[in-house]
Design a protein around this ligand. Structure first.
Ligand code: T1G
Length: 653
């Protein structure tokens, strides 16, 4: 039976003696104040209706309730509150069945768990991702979930914030059935089947006897917390949900939720949530894109392999081009290895179908019908220009030609084309099939529908596309170069690499700037510095420490030494490095006094925001929010700080 679109946020229909309560609050049926009020009214109406024996709760549009309305969190919460609505449904004398399609997240899953039975679409996903917004579930999730699934699973779902698929939810006991044909009809059948409600809160905690395993998992999760308060709070809340009487645990959960809602971290995480959804607000991004199906990738190195895999995993046909057979085989082997490991982790149900869309060639002519070609060859201007010149010869006129350069002048690369308007920068981050960020670099001549195509492509690849103008390093690498230079200045002023890195880790970065260089390899940036020095792009006060490390072959982990000595996988402070630093201090006539660790982050953040403000003022980035999205998703800036611009502005900067 078709769901009747209704002007009402919540409407009631009947099918026989079953009432169908439908929420219609686009785009994701968030449980806004109007939805909550509508649901409470529906409870009263269906309870009082003698012709109604049971109720099905369903949603119009593309998803079940995807949570509380996050936009309401900056306002005082309005009645009726979601816990009260859920309590009313749970207490109803007639059975309520939740019919779940798309996503049931946060308050949406809490609502479904307040219902007495649940049936879901095969592709539905369910979860309590509140920690990602700096919160804990606030409407009974930490109390009802462990009364439906194993307490340990409830713990990992709530502390991890990741949804589960319908088949896992069925096995775990979260839902009662998976629809085989029409979800709504089968939900009605389930409602008819059950004469009486089955209240979740009356269930015992599942697996309560296994407290040892629960505590072990909790300890393991606590160890992973890197400063995001909501994760520790979520672990505590589920612990209470498992150990305390339900009403006590519910009250404590609500108090924790309300306290976190107005916290700095929750505000920062809301900021980044909405900023990530606003990056493509540019009107050009909304134009009609060119069709994309056949993709060419030039270069089977680390980036090329990741890019090929990213496209194959999202349904595109991809041809990898390399300069000779040996490189081609090596590249193709790495692509297959990447796909295999994703399949092993259950991320790729149809590996054969994916591999069937993968082709390889040496001859560029293989790309004559490609819709888009991305070059991921060595980071050298002349090499990239030669590749583009060849592509200009072989590709069809409306094919889009993209460069994956991470620093070079995209205008100069585009200029070799007879029609530069079809050129664009698509700057992926390594590993390209994993990292969410995609910098879309727009050369001056870019056609508007090329912008639209790149924007749509970023969504098709499941990435966050951020538009950037052309400058050395675009948004992210330019800002990173600035705080990396500041980190070098900190060494001259007396700090040690370990001191800087531990300050950055304490602030919330997974690793510090020197550890990051050892991971990525110092030689890449060295080549870039040499190029910039040759182009006279580096001004006075140049610090040579990193160059001197490279001159003696200390390229980082891959050579066993860089800023640190890497011994059996452990990074140890290095006397060689400290003596080179001491010599460079002398060369720069710096005293190199004892440096206070608490002075590190203000300098690093200062350099970051100064460069970010310049990037904004020059129009390279469209907004401060875009800069935050880039630094959080591409450079591990701690998400719960909101990004450098949000953090600076929150601190009154
Ligand atoms: N509230 C308000 N707006 C929301 C929203 C929400 N919960 N979720 C999405 N939107 C908007 C979003 O801003 C965008 O708007 C549009 O919907 C499409 O979103 C009491 C405390 C559901 C998986 O954390 O994960 O419940 O930009 O671009 O990629 O315990 O949105 O078009 O104007 O992301 O298809 C818990 C958050 C809340 C889920 C869809 N729920 N949402 O992804 O579309 S806290 C969440 C998502 C809570 C209770 C607590 C995703 C999605 P616009 P989109 P999508």
């Amino acid at each position: 039976m078709q769901r009747r679109p209704s002007a009402m946020t919540v409407s009631i229909d009947t099918q026989g003696r079953v009432a169908i309560v439908t929420i219609d609050n686009p785009p994701v049926n968030a449980s806004s104040q109007a939805v909550r009020a509508g649901l409470l009214e529906a409870v009263t109406k269906t309870e009082d209706d003698p012709d109604v024996d049971a109720v099905v709760l369903a949603c119009a549009g593309r998803t079940f309730v995807a949570g509380a309305d996050v936009r309401e969190f900056d306002l005082p919460l309005m009645e009726p509150h979601l816990p009260d609505v859920i309590a009313a449904i749970e207490a109803a004398s007639k059975p309520w069945v939740a019919a779940i399609h798309g996503t049931a997240l946060g308050g949406g899953l809490e609502l479904a768990m307040g219902c007495h039975f649940r049936i879901a679409d095969p592709m539905a996903r369910m979860g309590l991702p509140e920690v990602n917004l700096g919160l804990v579930p606030g409407a009974g999730g930490t109390v009802r979930l462990p009364r439906l699934v194993e307490a340990e699973l409830a713990l990992t779902m709530i502390a991890g914030g990741k949804p589960i698929l319908a088949n896992v939810a069925l096995t775990a006991g979260l839902i009662d059935a998976i629809a085989t044909s029409d979800l709504l009809d089968e939900a009605v059948a389930l409602a008819v089947e059950h004469a009486a409600p089955r209240r979740t809160l009356e269930n015992a905690v599942v697996g309560a006897s296994d407290a040892e395993a629960f505590d072990k998992t909790a300890t393991g999760l606590r160890r992973k917390v890197r400063g995001q308060e909501s994760i520790a709070a979520a672990i505590d809340a589920v612990g209470r949900g498992v150990r305390l009487p339900a009403d006590e645990a519910l009250a404590a959960e609500r108090a924790a939720f309300l306290a976190l809602k107005s916290s700095d971290q929750a505000r920062a995480l809301r900021h980044i949530f909405f900023a990530e959804r606003a990056t493509l607000a540019d009107p050009r991004a909304k134009l009609t894109p060119r069709p994309l199906q056949r993709i060419g990738v030039i270069g089977g190195g680390t980036m090329g392999v990741g890019i090929v895999s990213a496209f194959l995993m999202r349904g595109f046909e991809v041809t990898l081009i390399e300069r000779d057979e040996a490189s081609l085989h090596a590249g193709a082997d790495r692509v297959h290895a990447t796909l295999d490991s994703s399949a092993k982790r259950g991320l790729l149900p149809d590996l054969d179908a994916v591999s069937a869309r993968f082709d390889t060639a040496i001859d560029y002519a293989a790309l004559s019908d490609a819709d888009l070609v991305i070059e991921a060859v060595f980071e050298d201007m002349e090499v990239k220009k030669q590749v583009f010149a060849r592509l200009d010869q072989v590709t069809k006129p409306d094919a889009i030609l993209a460069t994956n350069t991470s620093y070079l002048d995209v205008n100069a690369i585009a200029a070799v084309l007879s029609d530069p308007s079809r050129a664009v920068g698509l700057h992926f981050f390594s590993p390209a099939h994993v990292m969410k960020l995609l910098e879309i670099v727009l050369p001056g001549a870019v056609a508007e529908d090329v912008v639209a195509t790149a924007a749509k492509l970023s969504k098709s690849l499941g990435k966050i596309g951020v538009l950037s103008g052309v400058c050395d390093g675009f948004i992210g690498n330019r800002i990173m170069s600035a705080y990396r230079a500041e980190a070098d200045r900190l060494l001259i002023d007396g700090a040690s690499p370990d001191q800087v890195d531990s300050a950055m880790r304490a602030y919330g970065f997974p690793i510090g700037v020197f550890e990051m260089q050892d991971l990525a390899g110092l030689d890449i940036a060295w080549a870039m510095r040499k190029r910039r020095l040759a182009e006279g792009k580096i001004s006075g006060g140049y610090i040579r420490i990193a160059d001197r490390l490279c001159e003696i072959g200390r390229f980082g982990r891959k050579t066993g030494a860089g800023w640190y000595d890497h011994v059996d996988g452990t990074a140890l402070p290095s006397e060689v490095v400290m003596s080179i630093i001491a010599e460079e201090r002398q060369t720069m006539e710096a005293v190199g006094k004892a440096f206070a660790t608490e002075d590190v982050m203000p300098r690093i953040l200062g350099a970051m925001t100064r460069e970010a403000e310049a990037v904004l003022a020059e129009g390279i980035a469209r907004s401060a929010e875009d800069i935050d999205v880039v630094m959080v998703n591409g450079y591990s800036f701690p998400r719960w700080k909101g990004g450098p611009m949000f953090a600076a502005r929150s601190a009154g900067g």
